[in-house]
Design a protein around this ligand. Structure first.
Ligand SMILES: C[S@@+](CC[C@H](N)C(=O)[O-])C[C@H]1O[C@@H](n2cnc3c(N)ncnc32)[C@H](O)[C@@H]1O
Length: 210
């Protein structure tokens, strides 16, 4: 397993090596995430936390929809710098947090959020300790009645992503991880087409804290 510094370097290099549009997880328009976010019917001042945001276009889409409390986290400063560059002056509307979800420091101290959004991040946490830290942080950070969108490779998904081994999930595995304080509102499988034309099988889940 890579250490914290190596992991940050791995991701910094991934973003340095390739243009954003060629990354194997790039989405021109993050339709499945936006569909689920719409379902949550958030007020415009809801606290929306995007973990492992990378350089996702989701942040721009949320700004365009008038949301005023967006937080973007990533372990990679390169990723967040790229995203800031893409957003230009709009980047001032976002709170930026560089932190490791498996050894969080800053994230532990922020105020509670209405949405935890994760696409293609949690599946990198392959050992129990990392998974426990991730899900504990998620559960602690969400307000009562808050929503969690978690999307990762499903059981038909590839065993690796960005050169790293992944832990694949189905609905029941995620329901178990989230525990009895969360209700599963929706789930679906989704075939994502990479810029290369290859496909990757994802599961999307929307949970609500009781
Ligand atoms: C496959 S990319 C997905 C990026 C983005 N969510 C998207 O959908 O475009 C995985 C992202 O998770 C970030 N990441 C990986 N491990 C992380 C960790 N332990 N803490 C925070 N971010 C992490 C990476 O830097 C990368 O930006």
């Amino acid at each position: 397993m890579e250490g914290q510094k190596d992991l940050a370097s791995h991701w910094n290099n991934a973003y340095k090596r390739s243009s954003i549009e060629k990354l194997g997880w790039h989405e021109e328009y993050p339709e499945p995430s936006l569909r689920l976010i719409e379902k949550c019917r958030f007020n415009k001042d809801a606290m929306l936390l995007n973990v492992g945001a990378g350089a996702t276009n989701l942040v721009r889409e949320l700004i365009n929809r008038g949301f005023t409390n967006i937080i973007a986290n990533d372990i990679s400063h390169e990723a967040l710098d790229e995203l800031k560059g893409l957003l230009g002056t709009e980047s001032k509307k976002v709170k930026w947090i560089i932190d490791d979800l498996t050894q969080p420091t800053v994230l532990k101290t922020i105020e509670k959020v209405d949405l935890w959004h994760d696409r293609a991040v949690m599946h990198f946490f392959t050992d129990k300790k990392e998974q426990n830290t991730y899900f504990t942080l998620l559960k602690n950070l969400l307000k009562p009645k808050g929503f969690a969108i978690i999307a990762g490779f499903n059981l038909n998904g590839a065993p690796m992503c960005s050169g790293l081994r992944v832990h694949r999930y189905d609905k029941n595995m995620l329901v178990k991880q989230m525990g009895s304080d969360f209700e599963l509102i929706e789930n679906f499988d989704f075939t994502y087409t990479m810029p290369s034309g290859d496909t990757r099988e994802y599961i999307y889940t929307l949970f609500r804290k009781k």
